[in-house]
Design a protein around this ligand. Structure first.
Ligand code: HEM
Length: 476
């Protein structure tokens, strides 16, 4: 209850008394004999003050799963009773390490359940894990339990809804998410002069121009009026990209996609959070309310704020808005991860007055902008420079641009075109974007991106199956 109160307080929603529910304060010795304050400073969901599935949790679990008693006791400074309990728990029922019934801790909660293991043991283990180099390194992914089940749930919930809504004849089936969009043709010209040598790989290896399709979309799964609060997105598909691609069934595709949304971070830190929200939203709940009815013990104040930001940030012209990849990608050596942004070359311009009576009011706004001359975007790359403060596995954390500024690497130019024409809208309807339409040099990283590999392919196949159209990557 304490964490939920913190979340509500941060949102100034009027919560005042935050006790343990029965009137007693929560903080105090836990059943395992250690203090369990249960609250991290930022109001994050946590175990003993360590964010579940986060960087610190990973450090602690790695040490707990690998260290000998002496290491925990002497070097890490864990109380010997706690150290012995950890090693004994790992040894399983037969009490011997290295046998078939050995136990591996997959979550901090499991470790916290071991007698005499809690806050103080976690603090000592985290400190030593950092010193001894077992924590995740730059560019390193760390997979947590439950990802596959979460991914399957997402695919099932979205797929079932599409079959319910479109199975009975309504056509064409829209996308499972980001249903409404407008596709524009563009030219993307690489200029890698400011990129460090080791990052001049993949589509940024040479200073060439790629033809591209760019889809500006609203995130909602249903086509609704542009004035409705929503996530806005920019999906870029470069064409004429040589080289074998990552998806088994599309190895020969000549495309490279980059998917961006209009906020730097996403409300769901990882696929397990994403699945929780999808499960609620698919029951026809408003996304912001879905967040508030989320398990209050897991709720994160920062995530609620991000959810609200992502659907309330107002946009007058999708062609004059900055977008971010939110999730990280490989670029160059294995120790290198980056995020992307696309920002208008002249900054965000005030758009024309929007007619709220027109459900498609972004169309005239974009048309006017294009008629005034070519529209230019700068595509930038941000390097991960700290594995803890710029985590790979938590997409709800914005990587600080003052710590690691975006390096410009390409220009996207849109010329006047009839993007609202029936022909262009039809082409747009049948395109499939996924971060996994990629060269190995741009491999998607982190929990949300791993889930997106099967999610986008499966859900896009449902759409193409319903519409009776083959799923083919465009060449022009
Ligand atoms: C587990 C996490 C996610 C899942 C399961 C997911 C799922 C989906 C699905 C099913 C679509 C429709 C694709 C199609 O039918 O062709 C879609 C579209 C899209 N998603 Fe995600 N998404 C996830 C996270 C994200 C994130 C973190 C971003 C941030 C940039 C993002 C950006 C987009 C964009 C830009 C589109 C529109 C693509 C288009 O224009 O066709 N998604 N997403």
């Amino acid at each position: 209850m304490r964490r939920f109160c913190l979340a509500l307080l941060s949102l100034s929603l009027g919560a005042s008394a935050c006790d343990g529910g029965d009137g007693s304060p929560e903080a105090g010795p836990g059943q395992d004999g250690q203090f369990d304050d249960g609250v991290a400073p930022g109001g994050k969901a946590d175990t003993q003050g360590f964010e579940d599935r986060g960087y610190e949790a990973t450090c602690i679990l790695r040490l707990a799963n690998s260290a000998e008693f002496e290491t925990l006791d002497d070097d890490a400074g864990v109380w010997s009773v706690s150290a012995r309990e950890i090693v004994e728990a790992r040894a399983g029922g037969d009490g011997e390490l290295g046998t078939a019934d050995d136990v591996e801790f997959e979550t901090l909660e499991q470790l916290d359940d071991v007698d005499w293991v809690g806050y103080f043991a976690f603090q000592s283990m985290y400190g030593y894990a950092e010193e001894s180099g077992v924590c995740p390194k730059l560019g390193e992914e760390y997979v947590h339990a439950g990802e596959q089940e979460a991914t399957e749930l997402i695919i099932r919930r979205i797929g079932e809804r599409m079959m319910r809504e479109y199975g009975e004849g309504a056509r064409p089936s829209t996308r499972g998410l980001h249903a409404k969009g407008r596709c524009l043709q563009a030219e993307v010209t690489v200029d890698n002069r400011e990129l460090p040598e080791e990052l001049r790989v993949g589509v940024f290896a040479e200073n060439v121009t790629y033809p591209a399709w760019v889809r500006f979309s609203n995130g909602d799964p249903h086509v609704q009026a542009d004035k409705e609060g929503d996530v806005r997105a920019m999906a870029i598909k470069l064409m004429e990209v040589p080289g074998e691609k990552l998806l088994d069934d599309e190895r020969d595709a000549k495309t490279q996609d980059f998917l961006l949304n209009h906020t730097p971070a996403v409300a769901t830190a990882d696929v397990i959070h994403f699945a929780d929200v999808i499960d609620l939203v698919e029951d026809d709940r408003n996304p912001a309310l879905a967040f508030l009815s989320w398990n209050p013990f897991d709720i994160e104040a920062s995530s609620i704020l991000l959810a609200i930001e992502s659907i309330t940030k107002s946009i007058v012209n999708p062609l004059s808005t900055q977008y971010w990849s939110q999730t990280p990608y490989r670029l160059g050596p294995d120790s290198s991860a980056v995020k992307y942004t696309a920002r208008p070359c002249d900054g965000e311009q005030p758009g024309p007055e929007l007619d709220d009576e027109d459900p498609n009011h972004f169309t005239p706004s974009m048309e006017q902008h294009l008629e005034a001359g070519d529209v230019c975007y700068e595509f930038g790359i941000q390097r991960q420079t700290d594995p803890q403060r710029m985590p790979i596995e938590d997409a709800s954390i914005e990587w600080s641009a003052s710590e690691s500024p975006f390096i410009p690497v390409a220009r996207i130019v849109f010329s006047a075109q009839d993007f609202a024409s029936e022909e262009q809208a039809n082409t747009c309807q049948h395109l499939s974007f996924t971060p996994w339409h990629a060269l190995p040099a741009h491999r998607p990283l982190g929990s949300l991106n791993r889930a997106r590999k099967t999610a986008y392919s499966s859900i896009s196949s449902v759409r193409h199956g319903l519409n009776g159209v083959p799923r083919v990557e465009p060449t022009e």
